[in-house]
Design a protein around this ligand. Sequence first.
Ligand SMILES: NC(=O)c1ccc[n+]([C@@H]2O[C@H](COP(=O)([O-])OP(=O)(O)OC[C@H]3O[C@@H](n4cnc5c(N)ncnc54)[C@H](OP(=O)(O)O)[C@@H]3O)[C@@H](O)[C@H]2O)c1
Length: 256
Amino acid sequence: MNIGILSSGLMGGKLGTILARAGHEITFSYARKQSKLEKLAKEAGHNARAGTPREATKDAKVIFLAAHWSRVNDVLRQAGNLSGKIIITCTMPMSNDDSRLVIGNTSSGAEKLAKKVSKAHVISAFNTVPSEVLFDIFEAKPKLLERATALFQGVVWVDKQYLEVVKTYGKWVNDLGPVHPPEFPFVNFETYRENVDGKYWFPNYTRSDDFVRLKDESIPVRLVIKWTEIKPLQASPAPANPSPPALPGATATPKP
Ligand SMILES: NC(=O)c1ccc[n+]([C@@H]2O[C@H](COP(=O)([O-])OP(=O)(O)OC[C@H]3O[C@@H](n4cnc5c(N)ncnc54)[C@H](OP(=O)(O)O)[C@@H]3O)[C@@H](O)[C@H]2O)c1
């Protein structure tokens, strides 16, 4: 499918790349430098090219709008006629400094956009998906299992820009199989990480769904752990006795 990207930053650049690699025809547009669009297109592969907003939308069936709210009018003006197009937007109606929503409670950015381009079909999606989780996905499997140390086995999402793990999904295993705390059934953990202090990536959200198996029934249960206000600790002397290993699914636990 021919898809035009309006605004090729973190969201537009990454989703456009994923779509190009999945076989769609992608045109990246709207950045401050043409060279950035060309680099994005080159990295996304032979299905991608760089263009102006008008070129990106002219033959596109679907348009992905990923502009800052303050740039939406300018992007739409440059794109021209969008009648009949499907516009998927992840744009959040944020203030110029991204500190607050400028539209909310009684309406939304997507509804406002739908009024601006009344002849297009507007779909709001990906608004709450952090761009960090969009790249790159690897399978991780221990080469050798031992009894004493549980190792991670599962899927790892790495941010291409920062080359850091931003999400994991999987379990902790030793040579006996999956490991979990004896009192809980949770085995597979989905964990998101956030950037702290510009340097470190710490887990800020972990979730696991499983079942408590009773004699006659299985009851679905869910574990959610959230870490907030993560701050680096001041350097302190090394402890006399090293800490025991953390529970599976909670390694690298940041101290609040
Ligand atoms: N980032 C996220 O995790 C995330 C998640 C969900 C929703 N959103 C929403 O998605 C939208 C886009 O976010 P983003 O993080 O992708 O933004 P971004 O990385 O800052 O990308 C914005 C793009 O607009 C271009 N741009 C800005 N001013 C311009 C100008 N005057 N002329 C031409 N191009 C200009 C930038 O060009 P340059 O590249 O040259 O700077 C960049 O390509 C926002 O509404 C945000 O609220 C973001």
